[in-house]
Design a protein around this ligand. Structure first.
Ligand SMILES: *Cc1c(COP(=O)(O)O)cnc(C)c1O
Length: 716
């Protein structure tokens, strides 16, 4: 079936810069600072007020400013240079993939994920999983890997976080107008919205379809907000991660089955189906059903389909692994198990997980059973996953369970501060970006003069502090905030103090309050006049997670407490923008999950790349990243039976290392504003050791070599 992409086109650009609209519709700008500046330079306050959304920006910008730009030779030079880079990028045939894995060019990977975090102006993500999916697409684009993404577009997005005066998290929702976002509507050949449908009990649910162009990669998105659906069904894809299991199972049927149908309609013929987490595992059933239409039995079709499925599991935490009670399966699947020629028992067996309270239908189990290969997202998580899913291979010892690991990474151009990138350009050589996974290259980091590195670090810290102060100023001038709240938001931050950052989802296992557990000792540490320390927190708790919200409140109360002197701060509404400012701007990045629950974590990788030092539990990626010299470790790699004991030991370790190592090192040999040579030496060691290892470049190379290419070869 033919389809079209519809670009709303009601701009009146001056002819000379009329490709700005085209540029705005390709997220390539999101990881190319010079492209972003083509927008931001035109009207900085408007740009910031619209969450850096270039489409909304072009809708609202004063026509005069565009006309002026079209006559400004400096602007035009930049414009021409960006457009040329853009064209080269989009058209080149010389890519990593064409050089290193040319066979893959004949195949295609379909990458399914429940959330994609691509840019702050499109909050269709809740946390790390979404950011990873977004980075996966951006890197696939950079490397020239033939890949398409499939997911949801949520017309209310994840929620907006506001804290009450007492630090209680309140949630509100957006109501997006997709026409004001860099999102393209898909239509059929007649110009009608391209829709797909899936069967749910007693009704069909329809979804219309959208596309986000991520460099060379299309991301296809489903949206149930169409008139043909009942009001209830129109809301199916309104928000991420509903706690209502009926909504969840309906969403997952739509993503898995609907996603396969959409790709078929679009004429895409994937040769690898990558399930990023178990939410999309129903795609296996849809594919088997398709295949059975040519006369195969379930077992025959399943054996074929399995060869081209791969699955990545992302968390050992039970709440992250979707399981449905069997009554829901009985409600939603009788027709489907009939079509598949299975009995109820045979069907349930596909996803059966036995819990102390009875059997459930587990999405990861379905994904594992119908995938050729499964991986965890760090070496330690691979080991934890082999133990966790050992019951699926009752004859094997945990070590022999066929689940491997590919450690997560970050998309370097999306996370590296612009100034740091310019510094790397100067000292690592202009082609460093193409060689970023080469460890030899990063030895050149020593060529960077300490003072230049330090100047950029100070600049990035000032940027973060300015952001905090300006947000607090806005809240204050709204007349709705108390003075104590403005202080909790950071007006008393100081650019010379050692600054520690903690930002992530406020899930309890991440223990955001661990550093507060001996509050009196912490106060002593942070308020020393000669060596002051600031702590900046940010993060959202899932709207149904009451213990998570209590953690936020505890942090907020400490931030408002006069005894903390304005040195503990909570930034509201954590998002990709704040994530950038924080990982780049603080001096030390703290992560304190209860080991071994953090499958990988990626924010610490972003920090390391930008010269922020890690101080983290030996969990997830940091187990592989820490080398004794490039940061610090909270606690030890000991296994604990008693979580209270673990918390106590880890908290003690935080205080001791802060008091005896981190703070003295930062303030060593320096008066206000000067640099500590040993601190900068540690920064360089951290960049040198982490940058080549924890990029999506290295990660996607491994996916290609270990999963995609072998799968493509099997398919033939
Ligand atoms: C990187 C990132 C995450 C993941 O951070 P972790 O510390 O690995 O959990 C979550 N949210 C946002 C906005 C991020 O940028």
């Amino acid at each position: 079936m033919a389809y079209k992409k519809v670009f709303p086109n009601h701009y009146h650009f001056p002819q000379r810069i009329n490709r700005l609209g085209e540029l705005a519709y390709n997220l390539w700008w999101a990881w190319n600072p010079s492209a972003l500046r083509l927008f931001s330079e035109l009207d900085r306050p408007l740009w910031d007020s619209l969450n850096h959304n270039p489409i909304a920006f072009l809708h609202k910008i004063d026509q005069k400013l565009l006309e002026n730009a079209a006559k400004d030779s400096l602007y035009l030079d930049e414009y021409d240079s960006v457009m040329q880079q853009f064209d080269t990028y989009m058209n080149t045939k010389d890519t990593w993939c064409s050089r290193e894995a040319p066979d893959a060019l004949k195949g295609k990977v379909a990458y399914f994920s429940f959330e994609f975090g691509l840019h702050e102006c499109m909050p269709f993500y809740a946390g790390g999983l979404g950011i990873l999916s977004g980075d996966h697409l951006k890197e696939a684009s950079d490397m020239g890997i033939p890949l398409v993404g499939v997911g949801f577009i949520y017309h209310q997005g994840y929620f907006v976080q506001k804290l009450t005066e007492d630090g209680w998290q309140e949630t509100s929702y957006f109501h997006f107008n997709f026409e004001e976002m860099p999102i393209i509507a898909l239509t059929d050949a007649d110009g009608k919205p391209l829709t797909i449908s899936v069967q749910l009990p007693d009704r069909k649910v329809y979804a219309r379809t959208w596309m986000i162009q991520v460099g060379r990669i299309p991301l296809y998105l489903l949206d149930s907000n169409v008139e043909k659906n009942s009001p209830h069904d129109r809301h199916l894809t309104a928000r991420l991660y509903s706690n209502d299991l009926e909504i969840r199972i309906s969403q997952e049927i739509l993503l898995g089955c609907g996603g396969v149908r959409l790709l078929k309609k679009l004429g895409e013929k994937p040769t690898v189906w990558h399930m990023n987490e178990g939410h999309s595992a129903f795609l296996t059933l849809e594919r088997v059903h398709e295949m059975m239409k040519s006369g195969l039995s379930f077992d025959e079709a399943a054996a074929i389909v399995k060869k081209t499925n791969v699955f990545t599991t992302h968390t050992p935490v039970p709440a992250g692994n979707d399981q449905f009670p069997l009554w829901l399966i009985d409600k939603y699947f009788p027709v489907i198990w009939g079509e598949l020629g299975l009995s109820r028992e045979q069907f349930i067996e596909l996803g059966k997980q036995t819990q102390s309270w009875g059997d459930t239908f587990s999405m990861p189990v379905l994904a594992i059973k119908l995938s050729e290969s499964t991986n965890g997202v760090s070496e330690l998580h691979g080991q934890v996953a082999r133990e966790m899913w050992n019951f699926l291979w009752p004859d094997k010892k945990a070590d022999d369970v066929p689940i491997g690991s590919i450690t997560n990474g970050i998309h370097v151009n999306s996370w590296l501060a612009r100034r740091m990138r310019l510094l790397f350009d100067r000292y690592l050589g202009v082609s460093w970006y193409d060689r970023m996974d080469d460890e030899e290259l990063w030895k050149r980091i020593d060529l960077i003069p300490d003072l230049e590195m330090w100047d950029i670090r100070r600049h990035l810290k000032r940027k973060l502090i300015n952001y905090a102060i300006e947000s607090a100023r806005m809240h204050w001038s709204s007349g709705k905030h108390q003075p104590s709240q403005v202080i909790a938001e950071g007006v008393l931050l100081d650019q010379y103090s050692l600054t520690i950052g903690f930002a992530r989802r406020f899930a309890t296992y991440k223990r955001a309050n661990l550093i507060l557990s001996d509050y009196e000792r912490l106060l002593k540490i942070i308020t020393r006049e000669d060596m002051p320390v600031q702590l900046i927190f940010a993060g959202k708790a899932h709207p149904a997670d009451e213990p998570g919200k209590l953690l936020i409140q505890q942090v907020y109360r400490a931030a408002k407490d006069p005894r903390s002197q304005g040195r503990i701060v909570f930034l509201e509404d954590y998002d990709l923008n704040i994530a950038h400012l924080m990982v780049q701007g603080v001096d030390v990045w703290v992560n304190t999950p209860r080991r071994p629950n953090e499958a990988s974590g990626t924010s610490g990788m972003k920090a390391a790349l930008n010269g922020t030092l890690n101080f983290s539990v030996l969990d997830g990626w940091w187990c592989e990243g820490y080398n004794g010299k490039n940061g610090w470790v909270v606690g030890s790699d000991k296994e604990y039976d008693d979580p209270n004991e673990q918390d106590k030991m880890d908290a003690e370790s935080i205080y001791q290392i802060l008091e005896n190592e981190i703070i003295p090192l930062y303030y060593q040999t320096r008066t206000m504003g000067d640099l500590s040579e040993q601190w900068v030496a540690k920064i360089k060691e951290s960049i040198r050791s982490c940058a080549p290892k924890f990029s999506t470049r290295r990660m996607l190379r491994e996916y290609m070599q270990e999963m995609y290419l072998p799968t493509m070869q099997k398919e033939k």
